[in-house]
Structures are given as C-alpha cells and as structure tokens.
Design a protein around this ligand. Structure first.
Ligand SMILES: Cc1cc2nc3c(=O)[nH]c(=O)nc-3n(C[C@H](O)[C@H](O)[C@H](O)COP(=O)(O)OP(=O)(O)OC[C@H]3O[C@@H](n4cnc5c(N)ncnc54)[C@H](O)[C@@H]3O)c2cc1C
Length: 345
C-alpha cells in the first residue's frame, strides 16, 4: 500500500540530510521534502575557509549533487524560508505566503552568528561567516585587502586568522574571552592561546574590548577601550553561534536557547522532531538541556530523528570525555552518539 505520508525537513545541512536519507532508506514510499533558505545544494561549511582563501572553487564545496536527490525522490526546495509553524493544521507557512502540509516535521535549521549586545550599534560594520550566502563578494575583498581585524575567539576565528596570515595579510585579533559561548576563557587559557598563535605573526590583543568602529569610504577604523587604533579593510566577528529558531517561536514548541528535545530528538509537540545545532538536548548525566556543535553531532542526531520518526526507539547520549582543541586549550564539550548503535555514524 503506498503511503501518503509527507515528511518535511527544515534545513539542508548535515542534520537535515542525515534525516532525509535515513527516512528514504527506511520508507521507500513517503514523500520527503527538504526546505532551505539557501540557494546552494548541500555543501561543506568547514571548507568555506579554503574557498574564501581561493584554494578551492565552489564545486569543491558540494557534499551531494542534485542528481542524488532526484534518484532518491527527495524534493529539494532551495531559496525558500519557513516563516512560521502551525502544529494544529500540521503546516508550514513559507515567507512567500505558501503553505506546506506535513505529516511529520524535522527541524534542522542550524545556528547563526551571535551578535554581542554591545556590538549592535556597529552591526553594519561587521562581517560574519556562517553560511555560503555570507561569502558572496567576500573572496575578492579578502584577495584585494591587506589589513583585517578579527573580533572573537571561537574555532572559526582562529581558522580565519591562520587563513589570512598564510595569505600574507596583516591581522589584528582582539580575543574575546566569551566568544566560545557558553564557555569562558580564563586568563591562563587566554595566555596559552596568545602563545600558540604567536608564530602566525598576527597582532593579538587580550584583556581589552572593542570601543568604537568608524566606517569611512569602505575602510574601518577600530578603537579599543584601551585606546589601540587599527585600520582594517574588513572587521570579522566570530563570537560563537546561537540556534536559528526564531521562526519556531510562538507555535507552542518549548524553546530555551534551542528547541528542547529529549534523547530521542522529540520536541514538546507531537509529529515534530529537532536535531543538529538548533536543538537543545536533554542530558540525563547533568539533568539539563545542552546545545551541541559540530558536523558529526548533527549527522548522528539527524539519523536518530529520522529513525524515531519511523517508530524506532533510538536515543542519543553524550559520549565519554570529548574535547575541542582551541589553540592548545582543551574545551570540554558534549559529543553525541547513537546509544542504540553504540557508535557515531
Ligand atoms: C566557517 C565554518 C567552519 C566550520 N568548521 C567546522 C569544522 O571544522 N568541524 C566541525 O565539526 N564543524 C565545523 N563547523 C560547524 C558545522 O558546519 C555545523 O556544526 C553544522 O553545519 C551544523 O549542522 P546543522 O545541520 O545542524 O545546521 P546547518 O549546517 O547550519 O544547516 C542549517 C540549514 O537550515 C536552513 N534554515 C535555517 N533556517 C531556515 C528557515 N527559517 N527556513 C528554511 N531553511 C532554514 C539553512 O538554509 C541550512 O540549510 C563550521 C561552521 C562554519 C560556519
């Protein structure tokens, strides 16, 4: 008997793709749709740094081709934004006024750059890189520019710093101890990072803060609280990511920083799952909900969401002691794996 189910996935990153392809493997008949506000097929965010450095072309970013979706009968709706969820009618309202009905929904909407409240007046002066759309025109600006300012201190901040100094650019980093939110770098950690980054030749400012940014004819003058003034072609802000969930607020879903889910990726509402960077998962070890970062986490969670939507009973659990190496400093983080399988996928 053909099924009339329509599984809809918001998000075309690793979580959304793992969910969609898991659903197709286990349900050959259902209609499956992925919706993404980006216009590009599934691509590697980690490779964006090499792309901006001019080391690889756009083609090298692709993780899947359009043909793979066609062959698996997964409908990809690119360049479309979900504005609102209506759980009562089980439908999504897209920003161009179309409604899409679902029988089950998986939210895999990822995360966006964190704009610090103190930086709001200078938002127009800041450059963020969290998705391919952000890179349009940026490759040329980086190639043409000679001096860059980085405000932050998350993993991407340091990747960018090294990318720019490897290209022979002059870089000033203002290390913000709360950039790797929700972690806070201690003085010792900051010292270790400064020491580790010294061989890059970048100017590194610690124990200071941004005061003002003035834009003049496409260039920027950055002044710190301690009075250091720096000219820059671009000012990057890398102060961590926050779950992209605004469109889901007000529909009845329980949301804190991210969409609250249990260990099976179920949200507080029937027929709706959430996974990847947009989700905040219940962690029984510490009896609280935590967000997770990283590509492998998103994949595991997407797969588990897909399997459970189909009636299986998989749980994710935080795996042992896992760390991110942040320039010689170990930051403890939750790393999730499928409890049922006992291994990452
Ligand atoms: C520059 C950079 C470098 C990185 N390097 C690494 C690395 O080296 N290692 C690592 O593990 N991780 C890295 N990451 C992090 C990694 O890319 C993320 O952890 C991962 O992509 C999260 O996957 P996700 O599926 O949850 O969300 P995302 O990959 O962020 O995908 C979210 C999707 O949701 C869609 N979406 C969001 N809101 C809407 C809406 N309202 N309507 C329609 N669509 C919507 C977006 O279009 C997108 O398709 C990096 C990230 C960046 C930005």
């Amino acid at each position: 008997m053909p099924t009339h189910d329509h599984y809809v996935i918001i998000g075309n990153g690793p979580a959304g793709n793992a969910a969609a392809f898991t659903l197709r493997e286990n349900d050959p008949d259902a209609a499956i749709t992925i919706i993404s506000h980006e216009n590009i097929c599934f691509y590697s965010k980690p490779k964006l740094v090499k792309y901006l450095a001019g080391k690889v072309d756009e083609d090298a970013l692709a993780v899947r081709t359009m043909d793979e979706y066609r062959r698996r009968h997964i409908r990809l709706r690119l360049g479309q934004t979900v504005a609102h969820i209506d759980p009562d009618s089980q439908s999504l309202h897209l920003s161009h006024m179309e409604k899409v009905h679902y029988t089950d929904l998986i939210i895999a909407s990822g995360a966006r750059a964190r704009l610090l409240p103190s930086m709001k007046p200078y938002a127009d002066c800041l450059t963020f890189v969290t998705e391919f759309n952000d890179t349009r025109g940026l490759r040329k600006k980086i190639a043409d520019g000679s001096r860059f300012f980085i405000f932050g201190g998350d993993l991407v901040a340091f990747k960018f710093l090294k990318m720019l100094t490897d290209m022979g650019k002059q870089v000033t980093l203002l290390l913000y101890p709360r950039a790797f939110w929700p972690h806070r770098l201690t003085k010792d950690m900051q010292d270790a990072i400064v020491k580790n980054l010294a061989p890059t030749g970048a100017d590194i400012l610690a124990d200071d803060d941004l005061d003002t940014i003035v834009q003049d004819q496409g260039k920027y003058c950055v002044t710190t609280k301690q009075g250091v003034r720096t000219q820059a072609d671009l000012v990057f802000s890398f102060n961590g990511l926050i779950p992209e969930v605004d469109f889901a607020r007000g529909c009845g879903l329980e949301i804190d920083h991210g969409i609250l889910v249990d260990e099976t990726m179920r949200t507080s509402l029937e027929h709706i799952f959430a996974c990847g960077s947009c989700a905040q998962i219940y962690n029984p070890d510490i009896n609280t909900y935590t967000t997770s970062i990283g590509w492998p986490n998103a994949q595991v969670q997407g797969k588990v969401a897909g399997l459970n939507l189909l009636g299986e009973h998989h749980k994710v659990r935080p795996a042992g002691r896992k760390y991110f190496d942040l320039e010689g400093v170990k930051i403890k983080t939750s790393w999730w794996e499928d409890l049922e399988k006992g291994k990452d996928t």
